[in-house]
Design a protein around this ligand. Structure first.
Ligand code: ZN
Length: 674
């Protein structure tokens, strides 16, 4: 390829991938498969490595930059980021409206938006390119967190409007947040690892943005909603609401749940609707924001030193309640870790009845001194699992009792284990039905093999009916087995089986994640898939080598090696292989040292099977031939080789022994002919 062609392709791939990111992360409607996406990204990385001069400033490969040495630089906001006045009472909202009407005589329209419970940031684009990101800080100055914000894929690195590029500066302001599902997942993992838990999604988002290593930040599923823009004069419309539409056209992610209303009746209606629907939203909201829409009117109203007079936050009632802990039960997780759960006297919190709250782990119970029979404050936000905030000690009953961890698993009754450097107490029985169910749920989950129609209830039913004893059994389910089950119509069975079939083609990283290797999250799975290219290569990887892969480390390496040592896992892998589940990344863009080398095996290999050897070749970028031909670069000869060996000699092909082949693989170098 000449450099012109490379330049052109780099440009094209950069545009395409940025567009895919926009479609996926902003519009939530992906148009390409993960697989196609991965191919293009890998191709771009390859080209960029070869032609570093052509790397574009908005290249998707530049989203994760290098570590920061000291602390963040501080940066001043051009226009102060004021906080909003807020109220919980509708009466005060009416008073706000009266104050506005005192100054503005013409009709006033209000823009109403959801108040996302996140962290406010400012994004500055220079000549169309994302140039600087700053946290709100004290409103006057914040931390420059550009590199961390770049990791958020819903933030475009380049504004996609021909006009945008002519403006030296366009500023957007938005709220960075973590959605409820991811928040719960992060805390669950932290709980299992004995790390301190985040109090709420806002703290999790704030904590993530403060990390000094963008690589770490990119592992946190952050997202953003833009809520305002400071546009150049020439682009500026008359109102805030129109500004949001322009920002949307520039490919910014704006919450579609926004309205323009004529009066406080309209505001109340909007607020009531979302107070009722808040549980169904993917993210946490703590109220709504009401803004005078017209910019001239805003200017007339002005601001105090702390907050604008033209906007107010109308907050939803706090979601705390007091209740009593009736009992503490243990729930068994996917890795066998036991999570204590408080069984509560049912209490209404923010519109729904709560009967359980997570206590995370034994240390958490100790730290908060939680006892059975205690009166406690509980807190709940949307879907976020309710939690016990603290004990009301004044109300502690004389007969309250401390919770004692049992010696055996509440589900399978096997003995429990607490490893010395761990907080979690585990059931280590691999056949424990609770663990089996959780492992299957994980395997079919959205970020793993993504099998629609296999919710918790279905998994429960299939395990209890003896149809599944591990997640690999999913692939041997038949229509005859499924149709007689309760709540399983013929149509849903067909859909489920189709979804199962579809899942065999998922990206390697999803499979690795779905296996449920301890400490291997979604991002680590991606790293491993990229580094090893096939499940077999990962399985055979040595611990020391794994530990050196960037972003893996000793703990994960140990866990991966231990995982593949299990007999149970060997059986599962065999079942998955037989079912035809894809276990390799795509090879057409492989960059291993065997790229373009063709191998042929003949005779019996002693240290590995023939398919294993072939897999290794493919994992390192090479190919395997079935018959002798001129294009074969290496003929690997095992014991008792057949006629192919004779032919190879006649054709004067390069012949190597199995030992030489292994040496080549291990050293990562091509053996040259003498
Ligand atoms: Zn158990």
């Amino acid at each position: 390829m000449n450099s012109n062609a490379a330049h052109f392709e780099i440009k094209k791939l950069t545009e395409e991938i940025n567009l895919y990111d926009y479609q996926y992360y902003v519009l939530a409607s992906p148009v390409v498969s993960d697989y196609e996406y991965d191919l293009k990204l890998k191709r771009l990385m390859e080209l960029e490595e070869q032609y570093p001069l052509f790397v574009l400033p908005d290249s998707p490969t530049r989203r994760v930059g290098g570590k920061l040495a000291g602390k963040f630089k501080s940066a001043a906001h051009g226009v102060p980021m004021l906080s909003l006045g807020n109220t919980y009472s509708f009466q005060e909202l009416l008073e706000f409206d009266q104050r506005v009407k005192k100054i503005i005589s013409e009709p006033v329209k209000y823009s109403v938006e959801l108040k996302i419970d996140g962290v406010a940031v400012s994004l500055i684009y220079k000549n169309g390119l994302f140039a600087r990101g700053v946290s709100r800080g004290d409103g006057q100055r914040g931390d420059e967190i550009t590199e961390n914000l770049k990791t958020i894929k819903s933030i475009p690195l380049r504004l996609t409007s021909d006009r945008a590029v002519y403006y030296p500066e366009i500023e957007f302001r938005g709220e960075v947040y973590i959605d409820k599902d991811h928040f719960n997942q992060i805390n669950r993992e932290r709980g299992e690892e004995g790390l301190e838990l985040f109090a709420n999604p806002r703290n999790a988002a704030a904590g993530s943005l403060k990390l000094l290593d963008p690589k770490e930040v990119s592992r946190r599923p952050l997202n953003i909603f833009i809520y305002s823009a400071i546009l150049p004069e020439e682009m500026r419309p008359a109102s805030h609401f129109e500004t949001l539409s322009i920002a949307e056209k520039l490919k910014m992610r704006i919450n579609p749940r926004r309205e323009l209303v004529d009066d406080m009746e309209g505001v109340k209606d909007f607020a009531d609707r979302y107070l009722a629907e808040r549980d169904e939203l993917a993210y946490e909201i703590d109220g709504i924001v009401v803004k005078v829409d017209n910019f001239n009117q805003q200017a007339k109203l002005g601001a105090t030193s702390k907050s604008p007079r033209w906007a107010i936050a109308y907050k939803f009632p706090a979601e705390q309640a007091t209740t009593r802990i009736l009992d503490i039960e243990l729930s068994v997780g996917r890795t066998g870790a036991l999570t204590p759960v408080a069984i509560l006297e049912p209490v209404k919190v923010a519109g729904s009845v709560v009967g359980r709250a997570t206590l995370h782990n034994e240390d958490e119970i100790r730290r908060k001194d939680i006892r059975i029979g205690d009166t406690v404050f509980i807190e709940k936000g949307g879907d976020v699992i309710p939690k016990v905030v603290k004990v009301v000690l004044e109300k502690r009953a004389a007969n309250s009792r401390e919770f004692v961890f049992p010696d055996s698993c509440p589900v399978c009754h096997e003995r429990l284990v607490r490893e010395p450097d761990e907080v979690a107490i585990r059931c280590i029985n691999p056949a424990c039905p609770a663990q089996v169910k959780r492992a299957i749920e994980h395997f079919v989950s959205r970020d793993a093999l993504d099998i629609a129609g296999m919710g918790e209830a279905v998994v429960e039913q299939l395990v209890d009916n003896g149809l599944l004893s591990d997640y690999a059994d999913i692939y041997s389910l038949t229509k005859e087995q499924l149709v007689p089950l309760e709540r399983m119509g013929e149509k849903s069975v067909n859909n489920l089986l189709a979804a199962i079939g579809e899942s065999k083609k998922r990206a390697l990283s999803r499979l690795i994640f779905g296996l449920g290797i301890r400490h291997v999250g979604k991002n680590t799975a991606e790293t491993l898939a990229e580094r090893y290219g096939s499940l077999l290569a990962l399985k055979e990887a040595a611990e020391v080598e794994l530990a050196e892969v960037e972003g893996v480390g000793v703990k994960v390496a140990r866990s991966v090696v231990d995982f593949f040592k299990q007999r149970k896992i060997a059986i599962i892998l065999e079942k998955l292989t037989n079912a035809g589940v894809r276990m390799t990344a795509d090879r057409s863009v492989a960059t291993g040292f065997l790229a373009d080398q063709v191998f042929l095996f003949t005779g019996r290999l002693t240290a590995m099977s023939r398919p294993q050897a072939a897999e290794k070749v493919r994992a390192l970028g090479g190919r395997c031939a079935n018959s002798i031909n001129k294009r074969v670069n290496y003929v690997v000869v095992g014991e008792e080789p057949g006629s192919k060996y004779e032919k190879a000699k006649k054709m004067a092909l390069t012949i190597i022994t199995e030992a030489e082949f292994r040496e080549m693989i291990e050293k990562g170098e091509i053996v040259h002919e003498d």
